[in-house]
Design a protein around this ligand. Sequence first.
Ligand code: SF4
Ligand code: SF4
Length: 97
Amino acid sequence: MVIKRKWIFDGEAPWSDASRVLLKLDTGSWRTERPVLDREKCNYCGLCALYCPPQCMRDKGDHYEPDLGFCKGCGVCAKECPRAALKMVPEGEFLNG
Ligand code: SF4
Ligand code: SF4
């Protein structure tokens, strides 16, 4: 059997394959805080990416970084990180660069 229809959801796709095609909502505009990584603490375990609800943690080869276009600032990644390598920082601290 050949599946001809490709399922593309109009809304945000929870537990997607992290394909940017499936990340439709501009959840980055909701954010009041953003996760900031301490690279020294990160051991590249990937738990932050696993638990991120919109699946917007990007694999950078030796660490993960949030795609701020879609990160909604929920803080789940920081909560789940076993090494406390992610810290939620208020957006106001980034207003002037
Ligand atoms: S969960 Fe923490 S230690 Fe693991 S990859 Fe993410 S930031 Fe790094
Ligand atoms: S705060 Fe962390 S878990 Fe929440 S959306 Fe952003 S990257 Fe994902």
